[in-house]
Each structure stands twice: as C-alpha cells, then as structure tokens.
Design a protein around this ligand. Sequence first.
Ligand code: NAD
Ligand code: IPM
Ligand code: MN
Length: 327
Amino acid sequence: MLNVASLPGDGIGPEVCDAAVRVLDALPIDVVVAEHPFGGRAIHEHGDPLPAETLAACRAADAVLLGAAGLPEFDGAPVRPEQGLIRLRGELDVYANLRPARGDGIDLLIVRELVGGLYFGASGRRADGSAFDTCEYTPAQIERIARRGFELARTRRSFVTSVDKANVLETSRLWREIVSGLAGDYPDVRLEHMLVDNAGMQLVVDPAQFDVILTENTFGDILSDVAAGSCGGLGVAASASLGERAPGIFEPVHGSAPDIAGQGIANPTGALRSVALLLRHAAAENDLADQLERAVDTALGTAPTRDVGGTATTVEFTDAVLSVGFR
Ligand code: NAD
Ligand code: IPM
Ligand code: MN
C-alpha cells in the first residue's frame, strides 16, 4: 500500500494535482491519496502555509505529491505561501532535487541542492533601510549532494558538469574544491566545471552536451527553468526532491501560473511526469513509470494543451493519458 500525501496548493496546483490523482487511481497498485491544506489556501484557513497537521501527514506518508504554492495577493506579505514550500523541503531534509529535461536530442538531469544556500541563510532588513540574504554552505552539505550527482551520473552517461560561480563567490570555491576532491571516488565518471553564466547560455544554444548538471540551490532554480524552456516549456518539466529516506516530494517545476489559473487549460505533463518519478523513487515501480512516461509522450502528440501548441484542456490531456491503460 502506497500512502501519498497530496498538497495541491494554489493556482493551477489543484488542476494538475487532480490529473495526477486520476492517474494514480488508475494504476494497478494499491494507492491511498489524502489531501492536505498547503500554500495560500492554508494561510487563509489556518494562518500558516504549512499547518502542523499537514507537516505531520507528510512525515507519515510514503511520498508527497505537490501542486504549487504562490498567489499574487500575498506578494510582499509577511506570511507567504512559498515559505511553506521552503520549510517543508527543510523539514523533510530533501536535499537532492532531481529535475530532468528531455527533448529533441536532449536528455539531461539537473541535480539541484535544495536545502542550503541563499534560501536558508540569514536574511533581513536593517534600520538603515538595506536588505540582506546570506549564502552559506558547509562541506558536508556539498559532499552529500555531490555524491548524489556522481551516483546518478553512473546510471546515465557518466558525465557531471558542476556549475558554480567560483570566479566570484567563496561558497562556489568551496563547492568546486569539495566536488573535485570527491572525483577520485568516481573514476568512471567524467567531471567538468562550468561557470553559471556560461551554463545558462550553453543550455540555450547546445543543451544536448549535458548529462548531469550538479549545482547549488539558487543556480539550480534558475537553470531548471532555462532547461525547461529548451524542452517544451514549464508545463512539461517534472521534479523529485529526495533525502536519505522517504518521504520525497514530487512536484512540477512550474508555479501556480496565476495568468491561466481557473481556466482548465494548464498542461498536467509536469505533474504527471512527477508521478512517474514518484513511482520510480518512492515505489520502485519502474515498469509503471516507463508506461506512464510513454503515455504522456503520446498524449503530447495526440492531445497537446495550449502551451505546447494545441487546444486540449487539462482534463482532455489526462483522458488521453488514461486511454492507453496501465498493466
Ligand atoms: P509559473 O511557473 O507559475 O508561470 C510561468 C509561465 O509559465 C506563465 O506564463 C504560466 O502560464 C506558464 N505555465 C506554468 N506552468 C504551466 C502549465 N502547467 N501549463 C501551461 N502553462 C504553464 O511562474 P511565475 O509566474 O514566475 O510564478 C507564479 C507564482 O508561482 C509565484 O507566486 C511563484 O512564487 C510561484 N511558484 C511556485 C513554484 C512551486 O510551488 N514549486 C514554482 C515556481 C513559482
Ligand atoms: C521552484 C520554485 C521555488 C524555488 C519557489 C516557489 C520557492 O521556484 O520550485 O523552482 O525557488 O525553489
Ligand atoms: Mn523555480
């Protein structure tokens, strides 16, 4: 029995989560999905984007399925939906954020450090009106994500591009030192270093050169949207956030998309590919994950949504995925 905590959240989050739950329910395995308040909706109902009950349910689950957090009405507010997402990642210590991007000759995997750096450092405002965010990494934080990157590369084409800003940032120089120091433990994996500004450009002009991109939190956030842009857009990009033990968090790379929310036209591909990652990493159901990924690829051809050049609604796309049947 697979226990999934579903956190639909805001905007198109509930629309793509509905699609994901329909697919989970159609699989020939025992899955129980329980929904919990999260994000802006949870601020309205509970004053907290990650209520204690929701966090406890996530801890008790085998996997967390997440839609999106963020509503324009909370921009600049003291309590914001996105804080719930960052806190959940920290509480579950899901330090390894896997963001695959596949497309025309492109098959890359961004391995983004998820619980350190600027997102978790000291930040605030000073009396003089200035503001600050602090980027810090410990050697242990860098080592565990780097080992994940090398190990994942071994399951692919054994090539790691470690991305940093070592020409400017001290955290990046430590990053490069630690990653280089570990390379001896993975002699079968080719390692190169690349500065982040160039990496952004290379992802646009020649994304096929990459296998595994290993990088810190903020760089990984930005580069994963760039990689998505080279592979069909944000609607199709999936992610898995993994720690040393379950539960992991499985969520599309995109946000709440307020510009299209409520219209029933969101592309559920990112969410459905995240379900495939859930099947792989939380349920060891690789065969079902393969079937689902193939069904989604087919639906992208037969029933594309508006963002990828078609006219299908979220429900019609999901119907197309379900029409293949899972065994
Ligand atoms: P976004 O990803 O929500 O949207 C960017 C653009 O991509 C929009 O034009 C949107 O319509 C389009 N898009 C995104 N997903 C799509 C889909 N599934 N189908 C079709 N089109 C899609 O990014 P944004 O506009 O910068 O941010 C909006 C809000 O979402 C903000 O509050 C932000 O903080 C939040 N956000 C949350 C997450 C998350 O929960 N993981 C991720 C990113 C942004
Ligand atoms: C993502 C999002 C989040 C991030 C925000 C909403 C906190 O952009 O998952 O990519 O920056 O990690
Ligand atoms: Mn992002």
